[in-house]
Design a protein around this ligand. Structure first.
Ligand SMILES: [Zn+2]
Length: 71
């Protein structure tokens, strides 16, 4: 195997990886929303939203955070 060929291959892979990291890294910094936070109505648990300021569409109560997945 020739050393120049290996260098070109490594440089190409590094370039592609750098581009992927650049684009995906930028996307993740735009949306810093915490994953797993879900809010539900105490009276109507099936009414859920990931928006903490959302209200229940049935009774209008403010949605409270539910951490069912954590327990
Ligand atoms: Zn409700």
């Amino acid at each position: 195997m020739e050393t120049s060929q290996i260098l070109v291959t490594v440089a190409g892979v590094a370039l592609i990886a750098g581009n992927l990291w650049f684009f995906f890294g930028k996307k993740t910094t735009i949306k810093p929303v915490a994953k797993g936070a879900l809010y539900a109505c105490p009276m109507h648990p099936w009414i859920t939203s990931d928006d903490p300021t959302a209200d229940c569409s049935i009774c209008g109560m403010k949605l409270v955070r539910s951490d069912k997945a954590g327990k």
